[in-house]
Design a protein around this ligand. Structure first.
Ligand SMILES: Nc1ncnc2c1ncn2[C@@H]1O[C@H](COP(=O)(O)OP(=O)(O)O)[C@@H](O)[C@H]1O
Ligand SMILES: [Mg+2]
Length: 255
């Protein structure tokens, strides 16, 4: 391979300013097609805000974001979702009284539960069912289609969120702390799910658990005070003194 891998996501001089605070100030960041990347850094480093500028929840104060060679900086979130950018959230956003499959139906049809009774009642088409079953299989929920969400463990609920994100057949999947609040056994399942995702899905993962994150990715971006502090391989990150100072030092502080 003589050519460098083609970037799927390319950020140039992206700044997100909240009043006097520069929450994000990323000079350059490039993610290759098929890459697994971790974004780490202490609380408040700007990781979630960075995700928000990529999904379009926030429009950056300045800078340029390109996806697959197209400038998406000014596109609305639903347009970016159509292009193949999907995310999961730190907080659960499932509909607890509905079944796994009905939650999948809502995700596939982009509906809120309020409108479910009006528009969501129709049976799944064969194509919708096939997409939903594939996504549930990838997240180890193939046997749980008729389970009611509120009866499921927290870990299974997080797995369902992943399945819902996968139901849009994304090209770029952004995970914001997928293992937060999970037991060690549940973390292992999430790690296995991420590891087994097909390589045509590019994955960017914010994760507070360094051991988990570094075991899953090809490359790591460490953020601090909005900036990219270090970009390196997991092995280099482990032994990097600057990362240990700002990340581990602060992490201990917040523990
Ligand atoms: N909507 C907002 N308005 C004002 N400040 C915000 C907003 N969102 C995040 N921030 C601030 O930006 C900084 C980065 O936050 P965040 O991206 O959530 O960090 P991380 O995800 O790395 O913990 C923090 O100081 C946070 O308080
Ligand atoms: Mg965050």
């Amino acid at each position: 391979m003589s050519n460098p891998p083609k970037p799927l996501l390319d950020l140039t001089a992206v700044v997100m300013q909240f009043g006097a605070l520069r929450a994000v100030d990323v000079a350059a960041m490039s993610i290759a097609i098929g890459e697994r990347r971790a974004v780490i850094g202490p609380n408040g480093a700007g990781k979630t805000t960075l995700f928000n500028t990529i999904t379009g929840v926030l429009r950056p104060t300045s800078g340029r974001i390109a996806f697959d060679g197209h400038d998406i900086t000014r596109q609305l979130p639903h347009r970016r979702a159509k292009l193949g950018i999907a995310r999961t959230f730190q907080i659960t956003n499932l509909f607890p009284t509905l079944s796994v499959m009905d939650n999948m139906k809502l995700a596939l049809r982009g509906l809120k539960p309020r409108k479910f009774s009006m528009f969501g009642d129709g049976a799944l088409t064969a194509e919708e069912r096939s997409i939903a079953e594939h996504a549930l299989g990838m997240t180890r929920l193939g046997e749980r289609q008729s389970a009611i969400v509120r009866d499921m463990s927290y870990g299974e609920q997080r797995q369902l969120e992943l399945a819902m994100a996968l139901s849009s057949t994304p090209r770029l999947l952004l995970f914001d702390e997928p293992a937060a609040g999970l037991s060690p056994a549940e973390r292992t399942i999430v790690a296995e799910i991420v590891r087994s995702l097909p390589r045509d899905i590019t994955v960017v993962l914010i994760e507070h658990d360094m051991d988990l994150a570094l075991g899953l990715v090809d490359y790591v971006t460490c953020m601090y005070e909005g900036r990219v502090l270090v970009e390196a391989s997991p092995a280099e990150i482990r032994s990097n003194a600057t990362v240990q100072d700002v990340y581990l030092g602060k992490a201990r502080h917040h523990a």
